[in-house]
Design a protein around this ligand. Structure first.
Ligand code: NAD
Length: 501
């Protein structure tokens, strides 16, 4: 990371800079903050604490690159070429990027390796779109009119990301934005700023012109708010909690800025009596304990048919007891720590309140002897509508279990949530699988599987889980606006100026 490194006191680990235009900068007022390694609890990176001045500088750099720089005159073919080079550089450095991600959020190295390995797929998929954003020729109702459309890039995109999968969630936005010809200012979560800086460095190496990809880092929420509210931002693309998303949406709305929101979830896993219970068990574990439950699509509500409830629960509890907690870099570890102390405290508070409301702890419920940010994988029964643990996003390894007696009740219970990000349906009956998939209020439904995402498949939320879709080729269009061009091709004529058409 040669260009981004600066001297820093030893106890706060390596120091990093932000990328604004072609400069690796410290904050204008020199302030910094320290990012912690959630496994060791130690400070490992010192990062600039940007202020409003830095936000303005980053947006200005992005605006200038959009309006005046070489990027403006690049064709989709040129952009695709750069995106493929960026993909190659990421592929070369995937292991280093995975190590940085794990250091930042404590996710298992085997998962961050898979995520870093997948980043080039998004770039290559959208590179294939960059040169195919075709407008249309519209048949007109007069022979002397030629009408066509162009998809023009929106301009500066403000990208704000959370800490759970900073690189992957950034790439879901960045790849289509670059394909469309936009420039970006990214503000990662203060818990995990370094992997975004590392990606910016690689974008620069790949040859993106200065100002196309800018990064600002800050702990203060006001900095994200200043970016969202900046008048030169043409689109806001946000991933994070529903509470902050609502503020971001309101601020963008005040400026008439289009906004995409990828927010929280309380996804249901529906297990019918005819399901393959072996597959169900690994699907449920993947849904709630992979990534320590800190995924937006966490299958945090298990709705199981009453006739198989005990069989499913017993097998789930048995496997949950054997989940290996430990160092996320160790190949034998199955669950790492929570990503940060505030999140750990928030989740433990929710478990305590669930107990107070009458929930039964089937397994887990506390901190293991490892201490630190670790939390036991937890399953709670005797929960239901109206209880916080059944209604609200936990964003941790906590599964709430309810039962249903027929398909209608299962769908009703699943849809009773204010969220609608994802759902799982487990049944060997294909008719039922497709029928229920159609009925569920969720942006993604997996039938007999869970937690699959790909650059070609749209992703996003119903209801309070968000606005807009990421991935899928059409998502590139969300970074463009359509211009309609009318051309008179008949001989010049002296038309009546006081009528329309
Ligand atoms: P968060 O909402 O607290 O923060 C998200 C980002 O917003 C951070 O970068 C934060 O610094 C910034 N921010 C905070 N206040 C802001 C403001 N007023 N204006 C602009 N930016 C502001 O979320 P988090 O705790 O980092 O992440 C966890 C949440 O993210 C969960 O709710 C999870 O479900 C959600 N998430 C959603 C998806 C999805 O694709 N739907 C994916 C991953 C995570």
């Amino acid at each position: 990371m040669a260009d981004t490194e600066v001297e820093a006191p030893e106890e706060t680990g390596q120091a990093y800079r932000m990328l604004i235009g072609d400069e690796w900068r410290e904050a204008a007022d020199g302030r910094t903050f320290v990012a912690l390694d959630p496994y060791s609890g130690e400070g490992w990176a010192t990062v600039p604490e940007a202020g409003r001045e830095d936000v303005d500088a980053a947006v200005e750099a992005a605006r200038d690159a959009f309006r005046e720089g070489p990027w403006k005159n690049m064709t989709g073919f040129d952009r695709a070429h750069l995106m493929r080079r960026f993909a190659d550089v990421i592929e070369r450095d995937a292991e280093e990027l995975a190590q940085i991600e794990t250091r930042g959020n404590g996710k298992l190295l085997r998962e961050t390796r898979a995520q870093a390995g997948q980043l080039p797929r998004w770039l290559r998929y959208f590179a294939g779109i960059a040169d195919k954003l075709e407008g249309e020729t519209i048949p007109a109702d007069r022979p002397d009119l030629f009408v066509y459309t162009r998809h023009q890039p929106l301009g500066v995109v403000a990208i704000i990301t959370p800490w759970n999968s900073p690189m992957a969630l950034l790439m879901w936005k960045l790849a289509p934005a670059l394909a469309a010809g936009c420039t970006v200012v990214v503000k990662p979560s203060p818990f995990t700023p370094v992997s975004t800086i590392a990606l910016a460095e690689r974008a620069a190496e790949a040859g993106f012109p200065p100002g196309v990809f800018n990064v600002i880092t800050a702990e203060a929420a006001e900095v994200g708010a200043a970016l969202v509210g900046h008048p030169d931002v043409a689109k806001v693309s946000f991933t994070g909690s529903t509470a902050v998303g609502a503020k971001v949406g309101a601020a963008a709305g005040a400026n008439i800025t289009p906004v995409a929101l990828e927010l929280g979830g309380k996804s249901a896993q529906l297990v019918f009596a005819d399901a393959d219970l072996g597959a169900v068990r690994s699907g449920l574990i993947a849904g709630i304990f992979a990534a320590t439950g800190q995924t937006c699509v966490a299958g945090s509500r298990l709705l199981v048919h009453e006739s198989v409830r005990d069989a499913v629960l017993d097998s789930l509890v048995e496997r949950t007891r054997t989940i290996a907690l430990g160092d996320p870099r160790d190949a034998a570890t199955e669950m790492g720590p929570m990503a940060n102390e505030p999140q750990l405290e928030r989740v433990m508070g929710m478990i305590d309140r669930a107990r107070d409301e009458g929930a039964t702890v089937a397994v887990g419920g506390g901190q293991p002897s490892l201490g630190g940010c670790f939390l036991e994988p937890t399953i709670l029964t005797e929960v239901g509508a109206g209880m916080e643990i059944f209604e609200e996003e936990v964003f941790g390894p906590v599964l709430a279990v309810g039962t249903f007696s027929d398909e209608d009740e299962a769908v009703r219970m699943a849809n009773s949530s204010r969220y609608g990000l994802a759902a799982g349906v487990w049944t060997e009956n294909i008719r039922r699988g497709l029928r229920v998939a159609g009925e569920l209020d969720a942006g993604t439904v997996w039938v007999n599987g869970y937690r699959m995402v790909a650059p070609y498949a749209p992703f996003g939320g119903f209801k309070d889980s968000g606005i807009g879709r990421e991935s899928g080729w059409r998502s590139a269009l969300e970074f463009t606006q359509t211009k309609t061009v009318w051309v008179e091709i008949g001989e010049p004529s002296d038309r009546d100026p006081f009528t329309i058409g």
